[in-house]
Design a protein around this ligand. Structure first.
Ligand SMILES: Cc1ncc(COP(=O)(O)O)c(C=O)c1O
Length: 366
């Protein structure tokens, strides 16, 4: 049996999603073309974006989609405010630097969220701002960033908001009727519970239509990808056919579970079992519950004699669970994800495995 992935992705997927890959698809065949159309339509429906947004799928991991979003939908005249509180905000900054985009940053510590008044001040001080980039759930720590007030500020000041919702899309609420934004990037292999290999960008039609010739890259050109897909319903370059077949199945299961609301409820329950269970065993969570998104939880590595992360990891792996190392720059931590095709029973078993690991390694926390 496969080990259970308590990670930020790739994640444990359902049997039926894996089985959807057991076919070979002709990329120019009508069956695949229909499947591709259905996926794009479903993703737009998830944000209530029918007739207002377009969906452009992009081969590769999530970063390819973020880079395609930035490179295609901004240009040399843009001035971007990047909100940073972790590695993925930093990555957007790096992407902007690679492309010589004009940007400023507002950076806070990895366990903090941005102050809305300070963002407003930055907007007032930089009248030429055209874009704000924000990460919805900063997976570095698992923090939930305040996307709603950021969006309200952007809308009020007529600034285009781009969201990296990689680890949030499909579980945390995102609806264009509630939250104003121009583009969001996400991928198949996180809360939508598909397999890795494809990402997508949902973008306001007029923003996409105005983006011709912006991109520095042919393969990451969203305009070109979209225009060509609209023309003949086909991908420009080899599509990840099996990944898309699995994605289609994963989206069917997402709908069956009650869509984004249903998935959020399950992940919330999963998260509570992990947080409560780990607290009971004596572990300290990095974030307070108000800042914690039900996606991935960061714990401080205990400073006790027998705790060694490698041994802790290996012991949990022997018991069938793969956790994730920490990514914080300021403290030694590790992370436990609560997303993927995993349920309350899996979470309770994971806590039992941690308890047994503590006993096997003779680690005393309480
Ligand atoms: C918020 C966020 N953005 C971007 C990425 C990058 O995705 P990938 O590693 O698939 O390129 C991740 C990956 O975990 C993420 O969590």
């Amino acid at each position: 049996m496969d080990k259970k992935l308590l990670t930020p992705g790739p994640l444990t997927t359902s049997e039926s999603t894996k089985k959807a890959m057991l076919h070979d698809w002709g990329s120019r065949d009508i069956k695949f073309i229909d499947l591709n159309k259905k996926i794009r339509q479903t993703l737009i429906e998830l944000i209530n974006g029918q007739n207002v947004f377009e969906c452009v799928p992009m081969q590769g991991s999530g970063t390819f989609s973020v880079e395609a979003m930035i490179g295609s939908l901004t240009n040399k005249k843009s001035k971007i405010l990047i909100l940073i509180n972790g590695a993925y905000g930093q990555r957007m900054k790096k992407i902007c630097s690679y492309m010589s985009r004009n940007f400023i940053t507002y950076e806070v510590a990895e366990h903090e969220i941005h102050n809305i008044y300070k963002i407003e001040n930055l907007i007032n001080e930089n009248k030429d701002l055209t874009h704000i980039f924000s990460v919805y759930c900063e997976t570095t720590s698992g923090i939930l960033n305040p996307i709603q007030p950021i969006s309200e500020l952007a809308k009020k000041n007529k600034i285009s908001l781009f969201i990296d919702a990689m680890s949030a899309f499909g579980a945390l609420p995102l609806d264009i009727k509630e939250t104003y934004f121009d583009a969001v990037a996400a991928s198949s292999n996180k809360c939508l519970e598909g397999v890795p290999g494809v990402g997508f960008i949902l973008v306001r039609k007029n923003v996409l239509q105005n983006s011709k010739n912006n991109s520095h890259s042919l393969s990451l050109d969203l305009y070109d990808q979209w225009e060509s897909m609209e023309k003949n319903a086909q991908w420009r370059f080899t599509p990840p056919t099996h990944v898309l077949a699995a994605f289609n199945q994963a989206l069917i299961e997402h709908k069956k579970e009650g869509g984004t609301t249903g998935r959020y409820e399950r992940y919330k329950k999963n998260c509570k079992i992990i947080c409560d269970g780990m607290a009971k065993l004596g572990f300290k969570q990095l974030l307070s519950n108000e800042l914690q998104a039900p996606i991935i939880i960061t714990f401080l590595q205990p400073k006790v004699p027998n705790f060694d992360f490698k041994k802790f990891y290996n012991s949990l792996s022997d018991k069938g669970f793969l956790i994730y190392p920490g990514k914080l720059t300021v403290a030694d931590t590790f992370r436990i994800g609560c997303i993927g095709s995993l349920y309350e029973k899996d979470m309770s078993e994971a806590i039992l495995a941690v308890e047994n690991t503590l006993s096997d390694l003779e680690i005393k926390l309480i």
